[in-house]
Design a binder for this molecule. Structure first.
Ligand SMILES: [Zn+2]
Length: 223
C-alpha cells in the first residue's frame, strides 16, 4: 500500500476520513496560517471519541508534544502525535466554533463553523454521531497560558507554509477535520485573518513510528 495523495481541506469546510490502526494522518498547513480543528472516533463504535479532557489527564500536558498520545472518553489510546514540523503550537482547551459562537460575536446571518463542518464531514462519508462535542484538538491554534498561570491569551498562528503534523492511529478510527472558518477573532496568521485551504493525507508508511504513551501516574502511587 502506498501513501495517498494529499486531499484538499477547503477553507471554511470539513472533511472526514477513515484511518486504519497503524496508519498516519498528516495534516498540512498549506499557507501556514490556518487552524484545523480535529475530532476522532473509534471506527467500530462512534460512542467512543477522542477526549481532550481525558488526554490532558493522560499526558499531564495542556498541549501535546511529539510522542504524546490522545485517548478517548474510555481512556483508550486513539492518536499519537508522531511528527510535527510546525513550531509546535497547538491547542486543546478552546471549544470549537459553532453557530452560537458567531451569534455571540454579532453575526446575524449563518456563519460557517467547525462544529457544523464536523457533522457535515461525517455525513459526507455516511456517518452520524449522537452528541457532537465542542472539545476538538485545535491543530496549529495559538492559545497560550498567561504569566499569571491561569489566564489564556488568544494569538495568531505561528506556522510556516507547508508545516505539517502526523498523527498515528492507535485504533481503527474516523477523523474529522475542519479548516476553521473563524474570521472575526484574529487567529489565522498575523495579517488578514483569512481562512485558507489546508490538506491532509492518510499514510501507510513514510512517517515516524512511536509507541503510545502510558497513562501518567503520581509518583507516590504504590499501594
Ligand atoms: Zn472553528
Amino acid at each position: 500500500m502506498t501513501a495517498s495523495e494529499p486531499i484538499l481541506l477547503p477553507a471554511r469546510h470539513g472533511r472526514a476520513v477513515r484511518v486504519p490502526a497503524g496508519h498516519g494522518l498528516r495534516v498540512i498547513n498549506l499557507h501556514g496560517t490556518q487552524v484545523v480543528d480535529c475530532w476522532a472516533w473509534n471506527a467500530h463504535d462512534l460512542d467512543e471519541a477522542m477526549s481532550m479532557e481525558a488526554s490532558r489527564v493522560w499526558s499531564q500536558r495542556l498541549n501535546p508534544v511529539v510522542g504524546d498520545t490522545f485517548v478517548t472518553n474510555r481512556r483508550n489510546p486513539i492518536l499519537t502525535l508522531v511528527e510535527d514540523t510546525s513550531p509546535g503550537i497547538h491547542d486543546t482547551f478552546m471549544a470549537a466554533c459553532d453557530r452560537h459562537r458567531y451569534e455571540r460575536l454579532g453575526c446575524t446571518n449563518y456563519h460557517r463553523n467547525c462544529l457544523d463542518n464536523m457533522v457535515e464531514a461525517l455525513a459526507g462519508i455516511g456517518l452520524a454521531i449522537a452528541a457532537p462535542s465542542l472539545a476538538s484538538f485545535n491543530i496549529f491554534m495559538n492559545i497560550a497560558v498567561d504569566a499569571d498561570g491561569r489566564s489564556l491569551v488568544t494569538g495568531p498562528t505561528q506556522g510556516r507554509p507547508g508545516d505539517f503534523i502526523t498523527l498515528q492511529a492507535e485504533m481503527d478510527c474516523v477523523v474529522a477535520l475542519s479548516a476553521c472558518p473563524q474570521d472575526i477573532v484574529p487567529i489565522h496568521g498575523h495579517a488578514a485573518n483569512a481562512p485558507k485551504d489546508a490538506a491532509f493525507q492518510v499514510l501507510a508508511t513514510g512517517f515516524p513510528r512511536l509507541p503510545p504513551t502510558a497513562p501518567w501516574m503520581p509518583a507516590a502511587s504504590a499501594p
